[in-house]
Design a protein around this ligand. Sequence first.
Ligand code: C5P
Length: 201
Amino acid sequence: MIFTVAIDGPAAAGKGTISKAVAAHFDFAHLDTGLLYRAVGAKVNDGMDAVHAAETLDPSDLNRDDLRTSDAAQAASKVAVNPDVRAALVDFQRNFATREGGAVLDGRDIGTVICPDADVKLFVTASAACRADRRYKELAGKGQDVTLEGVLVDVIARDKRDSERAEAPMIVANDATLIDTSDMSIEQAVAAAINAVDRIR
Ligand code: C5P
């Protein structure tokens, strides 16, 4: 059985949590595609050329433990504007999406570019203030040296770069179901996503 769930949306809207929960609920595989761009950004920070980093990316690169920082997020969104970087990562994502047993992919362009024929498309969003607050708590909780103001500035800068780029900008696919998690608990957001998948499955 091939069944693809595409989950797009801005940083810290709850995509990751929702994607993991949906994948676990339906026993589908999950790919956080942001990690691909973070891993390429990290290699560029190490001095590698961005396109070469994307072309030679190995799944083991996704396990680096420095990918969950604000620096890695900014580096990711900078390499993500490069069409050649994006092109080099397409096959890996499409192969994952069409694997046997079902797949959930989360990112910015899954429902629009990577998997335009996905069985279910969700766009998960929340207000910038709400997202910054969540990301701040997450990073501060891990002991990272961040401020709420700094995280808000980063979130807004990343939203702008992601939605205004020429190649595969972050936009809501016509046929996506919108889930605004600003006033939802994690449980409510997960239930809304599982319902949307259940309606099609
Ligand atoms: O989702 P995450 O915050 O880890 O993504 C990091 C960055 O990678 C995003 O800000 C975006 O620029 C880029 N990205 C992308 N397309 C995707 C996933 C992530 O451009 N499908």
